[in-house]
Every structure is written in C-alpha cells, then in structure tokens.
Design a protein around this ligand. Structure first.
Ligand code: G3I
Length: 302
C-alpha cells in the first residue's frame, strides 16, 4: 500500500496524525493529511481550555472543525484530553477540592455527551505521574483533590460514552526500566484488578536526546497488553527523525497484537511543537522524509 493509513489497515491498525484546526485552510497541509492518515487527534481543540472556556459554557467550535474534517475525509478520531493539569481554563486553575471534582465530572460529561458515539478512543486522563525516579503522582490541583481522582474520571467517562475506548496517556513511560513506567503499570494493574473501567494506555513517544527510544519499548507494550488493556503510540515524534527509530517503533507496535495503531504529533516538521528538531515524517515543503519510507516499509512487510 502506498499510504501510511492504508498500509496500517492491512493489519487492522490505523496510522494517524495530530491535526491543528488553524492549519485546515492550508491546502498543502490538508492534501498530505487527507492522503496519508486514517486517524486524527485534535492537537489542542478538545482540551479543557478550548471546550469549556467559561465554567458550564461549552465551546465545541474548534473541536468540531477538526472532527468534521476527519469524518468528511473518512478518518476516525482520538479524543484528547479530558482531565489534565495543563491547558486548564483560568476558572479551573483556581478550583480545588470538592468544587474541582464536581467541575471535572461535569466537564467529562459535557464533552463526552457532545461527541458521544463519534470518538474511537478518549485520552481520559493525561500526564498524571511525576517525572524523575519517584514513581509518584504529579502534584496538581487534580491530584490534591484526592488520590482517587483518576478512577473517578474513568468511571464518569464510561457512563458518559460506553462506546469509546478509555485511555490513560503519558510520556516517558516507553522505557520499561523507568520508574514512571512502572508506576503507571502498577496503577493500570490495580485498576484492572478492581474493575475500574480502563481500556487502553497511550504512549506519547516524544523521543529526543534526553529521553531516547530504547528497544525495550516492545517489552513495555507487551507487559501492559498482558494486563488486559490495549496500547497505542499516541504522539510520536523523534528528534532528527532517524529512519531506523521510526521503523523500530512501527515494528514494536506491529509485534503486539493489542497495539491499536500509531499517531504522529503533527504532519510536517514546520507543524511540530518541536519544529527545530525536525521530528516528523514530512519536511516543511511537504516532501516525504526517509523516516516515511521506513515506516511504510515496515507496515507493508508485516
Ligand atoms: O492559540 C494561541 C494563539 O491565539 C496565540 O496567539 C499563541 C501565542 O502563544 O498561542 C496559541 O496557543 C498555543 C497553542 O499551542 C496553539 O498553537 C499555546 O500557546 C501553546 O502552549 C500550545 O502548545 C500546545 C501544547 O500541547 C500545550 O501544552 C502544542 O500545540 C501541542 O502540540 C502540545 O501537545 C502536547 C499534548 O497535548 C500532550 N503531550 C505533550 C504534547 C507536546 O507538548
């Protein structure tokens, strides 16, 4: 197959990209995105600050622009994200305790009701664990509202849209030897044992010189899958976009039956949040880079 999405579909997987509503007017961008990918993650448009800018007043205009574009072009959508310490609207940043808990529950219910039945996977909770070696939860207003805030979010989400796969999503959990990976693994194991509704774990996979790709990523994907959840590569980009690393990540996903698919975090290097690292599959002129060839080759030989 000649495109990433069609090649991934041969094994029942998807190959997606983060899409920014502000770029949908750029025909060079939409031509590549429309052709290559069969899954879309709104890069910013479904985050809390975008969807509930004033408490209780939901705004789905930007999220709908991306969702409509995806549907018109035959792509599935990953929802990103419902509960996160970052990109909270000012009103939420100023909440804590029981008021914040109720606000998060209302937020999940409001957003998931709007998109009910139209989202394949939701990143229900994003980046709830601390960096470094502590294995602790990240300090935030959400965490200070009570350690069970994550499971409350998942239970709320399951009731709001029983058809969506519910994911926990994080970065620096790709390397099996890292404390953060083990901490998330323990949480997922505990959730599965206690019947907290979680369906998938998203591995963001922002690889760079400080947190490089390691071949034990495959062990990580396998180990989480063995807990009874699906896994997905949700925000892939790699400093310098080495073709070999992109092929390795692709083959790691293909080696794990419960790996649903791969999403790259942007279309062209110039669209990336880390543009200076040229981390994506297309250069600023829209030309395919060597990493594109290596990913496509891996998908087609699976
Ligand atoms: O929309 C405003 C614009 O009106 C304003 O003029 C401009 C000036 O700074 O800012 C624009 O908002 C920016 C937004 O991206 C849209 O471009 C924000 O400042 C900027 O902070 C925001 O960055 C996003 C970042 O998340 C925020 O945390 C990136 O685009 C987005 O790629 C990035 O994505 C995150 C994932 O959600 C979670 N995992 C990590 C990943 C990379 O940081």
């Amino acid at each position: 197959e000649g495109t990433l999405g069609a090649a991934a579909a041969q094994s029942g997987r998807y190959f997606g990209a983060a899409i920014a509503s502000g770029r949908l007017g750029d025909p060079a961008y939409t031509t590549i995105a429309g052709r290559e990918f069969n899954s879309v993650t709104p890069e910013n448009e479904m985050k809390t600050d975008a969807t509930e800018p004033q408490q209780g007043r939901f705004d789905f205009s930007a999220g709908d622009r991306v969702h409509d574009w995806a549907v018109r072009n035959g792509k599935r959508v990953r929802g990103h994200t419902l509960a996160w310490h970052s990109q909270q609207p000012a009103w939420m940043q100023n909440l804590g305790g029981g008021a914040l808990r109720q606000a998060v529950t209302n937020h999940i219910n409001g957003v998931m009701a709007h998109y009910k039945g139209r989202i394949a996977q939701w990143d229900v909770v994003n980046e709830a664990f601390a960096d470094g070696t502590s294995g602790a939860r990240r300090d935030s207003n959400l965490q200070r509202s009570g350690n069970d805030w994550i499971e409350v979010a998942f239970r709320t989400a399951r009731a709001a849209d029983p058809g969506a796969k519910l994911c926990y999503n994080d970065y620096n959990i790709e390397n099996w030897t890292w404390a953060k990976t083990q901490a998330v693994y323990s949480m997922v194991r505990d959730f599965k044992q206690r019947g907290v509704p979680i369906d998938c774990v998203g591995f963001q996979s922002h690889f760079n010189d400080d947190s490089p790709y390691d071949s034990n990523f495959r062990t990580t994907l396998r180990s989480f899958a063995a807990l009874g959840v699906d896994v997905a590569v949700t925000e892939l980009d790699v400093q310098g976009a080495p073709a070999a690393v992109y092929a390795d990540v692709t083959n790691d996903c293909l080696a794990v039956p419960r790996c649903l698919g791969i999403t790259v975090w942007g279309v062209r290097d110039t669209d990336s949040w880390r543009a200076e690292q040229s981390p994506l599959l297309f250069d600023g002129n829209g030309n395919k880079k060597p990493a594109h060839t290596s990913v496509l080759g891996a998908l087609n030989t699976a």
